[in-house]
Design a protein around this ligand. Structure first.
Ligand SMILES: [Zn+2]
Length: 380
């Protein structure tokens, strides 16, 4: 263990330079060339440290970079290190506000969500490569569509996570310094209502208002919110109608649902379906389409790993706890397969998805060391 942790102790300048390199690459989820360039930079570091890695590039979004450290015991369940190469920032953001350091803080698009997390995972793999093989393989899986819902990423993640002994996702450590041991799941839906147009003055009674049907359904959907158990329903976008003097022939709403557990999800989805299927204004019809989904990270899947991480962090010299967030991440996909999962193992950072996003550079090395220790503890 010490060989890996000691090596990391001297990697602060290299890690910082690596984060700077990644931050200065625009890599919006839809910027295929950008997410490819992030993969190329990561491959360069991994290959230079003799870590097996390949980028399964293809022309569309959401491909994966896969790294692999072989295990000593054939067939042993692997450890999975995860991250996403995409950011929410449009191409051109780097030109406006590139990587910048002020004291202990670094700024720039995606610096904490999650360019610094990607670097941490690479350096953890490079550190472990310096040790004799662990009993189990260690996989690094770095996708490129998390910020737009992980539609393809989820398939790759689930394929590699099935049967893993643990998964660690490199979303940023919280502003408090904590990791994330609990996350909400979330799903988005579109509700399309069709009705019948009519002149609102001459033949109002011949019309069937899609807007009225949708309005009733929005009220019923919002009534699903139950703060006490962590369920929220939010129609955040609505559109419809043709003109003020036309009975609306169509209307559309976009719904965001959040929930804390898989059992909650089952009940909630049934209720949403029932609300949309319920009869509205005669002559109107409503259709429900699910557009995306993240699954929840429940504490039952993170608790034991968190204890291991805390012990490892204590050896490195810092105290840390786990906390809850309503935001979603890829960690829910592994946890929902029953894989012990920790999220927020990246360097500490804040203000993600804003101009003020920052990363605490002093946490680069200790967080990597703590993760190495946690992984090694799984070999005991
Ligand atoms: Zn993220």
């Amino acid at each position: 263990m010490n060989a890996a942790v000691d090596w990391l102790a001297n990697q602060r300048p290299a890690m910082q330079a690596a984060v700077a390199t990644l931050v200065d690459i625009d890599s919006n989820s839809h910027d295929k060339a950008g997410t490819d360039r992030v993969a190329q930079a990561m491959l360069g570091w991994l290959h230079s440290a003799d870590v097996d890695a390949e980028h399964h590039s293809d022309p569309s979004e959401g491909d994966a970079l896969l790294a692999r450290l072989p295990g000593a015991q054939p067939g042993a369940a692997p450890v999975l290190l995860m991250g996403h190469r995409d950011t929410v920032f449009p191409t051109g953001t780097v030109a406006q506000r590139p990587w910048r350091v002020d004291g202990d803080r670094a700024y720039g698009p995606g610096v904490s969500d999650m360019k610094s997390g990607l670097v941490l995972q690479c350096f953890v793999l490079m550190a472990l490569r310096r040790l004799p093989p662990l009993p189990f393989p260690v996989l690094g899986l770095f996708t490129a569509d998390e910020e737009i819902g992980s539609q393809r990423g989820r398939i790759t993640i689930e394929a590699h996570a099935r049967g893993a002994r643990a998964a660690f996702n490199a979303e940023p450590g919280r502003v408090s310094g904590n990791l994330v041991t609990e996350r909400k799941g979330g799903a988005t839906f579109t509700i399309d209502v069709t009705g019948r147009a009519a002149h609102s003055g001459m033949n109002h009674a011949d019309g069937a208002s899609a807007i009225e049907t949708l309005a009733r359904k929005v009220q019923a959907l919002h009534a699903l919110t139950d703060y006490a158990v962590g369920i929220t329903a939010n129609v955040g976008l609505i559109s419809g109608g043709m003109s003020t003097n036309t009975v609306a022939p169509s209307a559309q709403a976009k719904l965001d649902l959040r929930f804390c557990s898989l059992p909650q999800r089952e009940v909630l989805f049934e209720r949403v379906k029932a609300i949309v299927d319920a009869p509205g204004v005669p002559g109107t019809e409503a259709r429900l389409t699910q557009t995306s989904e993240f699954l929840p990270l429940e504490r039952r899947w993170s608790g034991e790993l968190m204890q291991r991480y805390q012990a490892s962090a204590a050896r490195v010299g810092f105290a840390v706890d786990g906390e809850f967030t309503g935001g979603c991440s890829d960690a829910g996909f592994t946890a929902s397969l029953g894989i012990p999962t920790l999220c927020g193992v990246g360097p500490v950072g804040g203000k993600a998805h804003t101009d003020g996003e920052y990363c605490c550079l002093d946490t680069l090395v200790p967080r990597a060391q703590a993760l190495v220790g946690t992984i090694l503890s799984l070999a005991d």
